[in-house]
Design a protein around this ligand. Structure first.
Ligand code: GLY
Ligand code: MN
Ligand code: MN
Length: 437
């Protein structure tokens, strides 16, 4: 992402703020995994979106002003000893020269500087409740400003959440963001193909996971979320992440994995037969989920509402379940009474972007939001028939199928960003047959 892109975002944010206000944004906090071992630090998505700044312990302030406004960054100071231990820091000078902050201060000075910056402002844009420790510091900063009202200083008297402004911006992806998302999907697709080729009876789920992680890392990426590699019954557990069981001949394997490229996520699921050939029952369920997915993807176009892909998927799935004898009754009634939820208990998708479950409202003024070019969503119907499902013939049990693609809304309709991963039964069986030779 270029410096110009970050600047453009800040300019847009500054334009949306009330005059005489200040916006405060913190990055993520470092998380301990266990004694002396940290999780790899990832900046907060909103914070990175506006600043491009990757270090922990940083706060950004935005002040709308006549001359285009001000961006102030508080960050860690340069410290040769600590940098030797824990890595490079931009420091206050770097914040200005590399990250284009108009002003920069050591993070240790925030409690002194913030009350001064709050003077004579009317509104504070700050999302309370995300970082409770920092909430307290903002409130005590505000109290310090209030103490000066006797001297004629005005203190802000209104908090406004920053989330809606930034999240509406993030919901509509720019062409630079779309390029990153396309790349994340392509890198993920390659890794999924490798995983399909590596799959065979007798190996462990984590051996398949290793192929995915290898593919992501080779391209300089992290996983965008915990990879799901579930064989047989494990494919029916929606958030299965243990990935430590053996893959059995004759069962299915569900893989849900996506790379994060330049802080943009892919989120892709494929389901494949562990021995390379679908059984008739697996084929029937897979064909139905694929039909539902294609029907849902066809609904992704500007002007359509958020719920349309889901409703289309539910119609196809319910009708198909009745035809297979897995549900009994009138299709319309079964949909109305949500009987399909026995086999399809999640929604058909979510926004996708810097966060895998990305930001942005799904309803506007009480109505499902209309899709617009630049929005990206997943389309991921599935059917899950766990071992203990009552009243279902044995032959259907432990079949779990999800098919998930990443779909960009375009002016003309849509583009499936993850289309490089084989998806039809013929494509999957042919790829696996070649790998198993
Ligand atoms: N991988 C998370 C999801 O599909 O929503
Ligand atoms: Mn998803
Ligand atoms: Mn997924």
């Amino acid at each position: 992402m270029t410096k110009t892109e970050f600047k453009k975002r800040r300019t847009q944010l500054l334009k949306s703020l009330n005059p005489n206000s200040i916006a405060i944004l913190t990055t993520a906090t470092e998380k301990f995994r266990n004694r002396d071992a940290n999780y790899f630090f990832r900046p907060d998505s909103d914070f990175y979106y506006l600043t491009g700044f990757k270090e922990p312990e940083a706060i950004a302030l935005f002040l709308p002003q006549k001359n285009g406004g001000k961006f102030i960054l508080f960050c860690r100071e340069k410290d040769l000893l600590l940098e030797t231990w824990n890595g490079r820091r931009a420091g206050v000078e770097g914040a200005k020269s590399e990250y284009q902050a108009n002003e920069a201060y050591p993070i240790s000075q925030i409690d002194e500087v913030l009350p001064e910056l709050l003077e004579n402002k009317t509104d504070i844009y700050y999302t309370l409740g995300v970082n409770e420790a920092f909430d307290q510091r903002v409130l005590s900063g505000l109290n310090k400003t209030k103490e000066k009202t006797r001297m004629g200083i005005v203190a802000p008297d209104r908090f406004i959440s920053l989330d809606p402004i930034i999240h509406e911006m993030r919901l509509r992806k720019s062409s630079a963001e779309i390029a990153c998302m396309r790349k994340a999907a392509q890198i993920s697709a390659k890794a999924h193909i490798k995983a399909m080729q590596a799959c065979r009876p007798g190996i462990k789920e984590y051996a398949v996971e290793a192929e995915l992680i290898h593919g992501f890392k080779q391209a300089g990426c992290q996983s965008a979320y915990n990879t799901i590699v579930g064989g047989g019954a494990n494919g029916c557990i929606l958030h299965y992440v243990e990935n430590n069981e053996t893959l059995n001949d004759g069962e299915l394997l569900l893989i849900d994995a996506g790379a994060e490229y330049a802080y943009y996520a892919a989120d892709i699921t494929r389901t494949l037969p562990i021995n390379g050939k679908f059984t008739p029952e697996q084929k029937a369920i897979y064909t139905l989920v694929l039909k539902a997915q294609l029907a849902a993807i066809r609904c992704v176009k500007p002007g359509n509402r958020w719920n349309q892909p889901h409703d289309a998927a539910v119609r196809v799935l319910t009708k198909g379940l009745v035809e297979l004898g897995l549900l009994k009754g009138d299709v319309k009634q079964l949909i109305k009474n949500e009987k399909y939820r026995l086999f399809y208990m999640h929604k058909t998708g979510h926004w996708l972007g810097m966060d895998v479950h990305d930001v942005g409202e799904y309803k506007v003024n009480g109505k499902w939001r209309r899709l617009e070019p630049g929005m990206v969503l997943t389309v991921e119907p599935g059917l899950y028939i766990p071992q203990n499902t009552k009243g279902i013939a044995k032959k259907w049990r432990n079949i779990g199928v999800r098919i998930e693609d990443d779909v960009l809304v375009t002016k003309e309709g849509h583009e499936v960003l993850s289309s490089d991963v084989p998806k039809t039964i013929a494509e999957i069986e042919s790829l696996m047959a070649k790998a198993l030779q």
